[in-house]
Ligand binder design. Sequence first.
Ligand SMILES: Cc1cc2nc3c(=O)[nH]c(=O)nc-3n(C[C@H](O)[C@H](O)[C@H](O)COP(=O)(O)OP(=O)(O)OC[C@H]3O[C@@H](n4cnc5c(N)ncnc54)[C@H](O)[C@@H]3O)c2cc1C
Length: 306
Amino acid sequence: MIAVVPIRDGELPAGGAESVAEAGGRVLLVGESPLKALTALKGIATEIQYWDTPGFAPGMWAAALSDELLAEDIVLLPASPDGRDLAPRLAAQLERPLFAGAIEVRAHGVTCIGFQGIVMVEHLLGGASIVTLQPGVRGIDPLDIDLPEPVAMNPSVSPGNAPVPDAEIMEVLPPDVTTMDLAEAPRILGGGNGLESAERFEQLGRIAKALNASVGTTRVITDKSWLPHSRQIGTTGVVVNPELYMAFGISGAVQHTSGLGQPLHTISVNTEPHCPMMDLADLAIVSDANETLTELERLLMLRGSP
Ligand SMILES: Cc1cc2nc3c(=O)[nH]c(=O)nc-3n(C[C@H](O)[C@H](O)[C@H](O)COP(=O)(O)OP(=O)(O)OC[C@H]3O[C@@H](n4cnc5c(N)ncnc54)[C@H](O)[C@@H]3O)c2cc1C
């Protein structure tokens, strides 16, 4: 098994290091300035190849890498936005099945979450496959080993291997907090069952936008379809690791908090002072979360924010 990790500006994507750990330490880094990302792989990588190539061109990369990856049984990518772009192109080039959003990868099988996180599906691998790994689900247990010497590669597209055309990149914009991948969001405002209506979640969205934050939620809310599954934090949702997490009316069940990572700052607003989310918070506010949101929005409007 080998991890293929797309790099942007020398940065590993969310789940990049975990994919390397899951692949037993073998990695091919591809993208701009991959050597800058090496320190993040100390204690994890045992064999490093890299292709320093500008921009992001998943179609061309897949065509160029397909010969190099032909001998690999499982090619594993992080299910980060770039990993999710590259993986299906590699699958098409190599004519292999793609198993997307795995939560565990073994030599002969993968476990994926399906049907909006409700079902865990076991797949037996009948042959060589491409797999994407959900960021945050496997964790990393670093070893006391030195970084191996990275080996440069410079593949090219062989004549019989026409690349899938890539989009022409006009401009790279900063992420929009309202739509960005929750796994990469630096600030998250989470709303739970203590919020009384779908309208409260619209209000939470407005406040989050004013604070340059993204909206997250619990499974109770996605089950009610008040927010999509992509906003659900937890074991059967997205694993996040923000700097700031604000929880409004969230009890802090283990299936939720296990997906929270290690936020630098956690604030919880809840009417129940002793629920797990309040115990976990740096700042625990015993209050009606609905009224707190209304007051917060009023203050932000006074400031001229939303
Ligand atoms: C197999 C499995 C997988 C699961 N996966 C996930 C997952 O990925 N993510 C996830 O989140 N959950 C998951 N769950 C569900 C999880 O166990 C909890 O049920 C869920 O997280 C609870 O959501 P909640 O805190 O919004 O709701 P509740 O547990 O109902 O808590 C509501 C909270 O709001 C407070 N409250 C009530 N009224 C107010 C008010 N007016 N103001 C302020 N606070 C108020 C209450 O005191 C309480 O603490 C899973 C469960 C199972 C069985």
